[in-house]
Ligand binder design. Structure first.
Ligand SMILES: C[S@@+](CC[C@H](N)C(=O)[O-])C[C@H]1O[C@@H](n2cnc3c(N)ncnc32)[C@H](O)[C@@H]1O
Length: 280
């Protein structure tokens, strides 16, 4: 019998993030944004921080690049920007919902591989393969192997993403490959490091903003729904909260514990822009 495909909690999280961000904040992207010193840290400025991030990112595209593969393209707005800058772009997007959004962003001018990067197959080779906050979702070895395979000789890999620092404890926030493990594995691949820029300081303010939103809005909304259900359906409510007590406890600690803040982020994570050239 064919097994039913499980819905990924990450994809559900990204979909909710996109729906809320686009509707309430007019956000264009799913990344953290980049906060320069002169931009006030305020949730209504997140859209501007995301624009700054895209400027920062695109300013690191090497000269001579013509073809780009945007792996984990989200809603396709980075791809759309790249197309407007004259690059020939293709995308990878495993999420049916985000692929649909991306399709609307880029129209028919760009191919979208609707699959995980690990499973992508093509004879095409690219000048640049970029991972904009998507590297963390892909198995490290497979991501490197596929990238070495799909790059033209002399082509570049551009990663802009969160990594975990080498610490005994793990912070409350999950996500990101271990940076030391990344460096070990990339050394065994045919890549030469061109740029390594730490932008943890410039991305961390978003963590505080998300934390505030979760604590001040997410938590009271959840509590109100909970109170309502306990009042109307006491028996079912008791049964469900008992059966899923561990999951509910985890969600409460992870999202509403007030711990997903910038200081923790800076302690346990390193957000890097990494540019590598594939040896010819
Ligand atoms: C945080 S979002 C970033 C989206 C977009 N790059 C942006 O900056 O707005 C992560 C993206 O990675 C994609 N993703 C997750 N797992 C993936 C995989 N195995 N292969 C390719 N993309 C993946 C998600 O569908 C999503 O588009």
């Amino acid at each position: 019998m064919k097994q039913k495909k499980k819905v990924s909690s990450r994809e559900v999280g990204l979909k909710i993030g996109w729906l809320c961000g686009e509707y309430f904040l007019k956000m264009e992207h799913l990344h953290y944004g980049y906060w320069p010193d002169d931009l006030d840290v305020d949730i209504t400025h997140l859209r501007l921080a995301q624009e700054e991030y895209v400027k920062f990112l695109t300013s690191h595209i090497p000269e001579g690049v013509k073809t780009i593969l945007d792996v984990g393209c989200g809603a396709g707005r980075v791809a759309r920007k790249l197309i407007s800058m004259g690059y020939q772009v293709e995308c990878v997007s495993p999420s049916p919902y985000l692929t649909e959004q991306a399709r609307q962003s880029v129209g028919d001018q760009c191919r979208i591989f609707n699959c995980k990067y690990q499973h992508m197959e093509t004879d095409k080779r690219y000048d640049l393969i970029m991972f904009v906050e998507s590297f963390q979702y892909i198995s490290l070895l497979k991501a490197l192997k596929q990238t070495a395979r799909f790059l033209n000789p002399g082509g570049h890999m551009l990663i802009c993403d969160v990594f975990k620092k080498d610490m005994k404890e793990e912070g409350k926030q999950k996500g990101g490959h271990l940076l030391s493990s990344f460096f070990t594995h990339v050394e065994a691949c045919p890549f030469k490091l061109i740029e390594d820029i730490d932008i943890t300081e410039q991305t961390a303010p978003t963590v505080d903003l998300l934390n505030d939103a979760l604590v001040n809005v997410g938590k009271p909304v959840m509590d109100s729904i909970n109170e309502f259900l306990a009042d109307r359906y006491p028996t079912i409510h008791k049964l469900v909260t008992w059966k899923f007590r561990d999951d509910l406890d985890k969600i409460d600690k992870k999202y509403f514990g007030g711990k997903r803040a910038a200081e923790q982020f800076k302690q346990f994570k390193s957000y890097r822009l990494l540019l590598y050239r594939k040896d010819s």
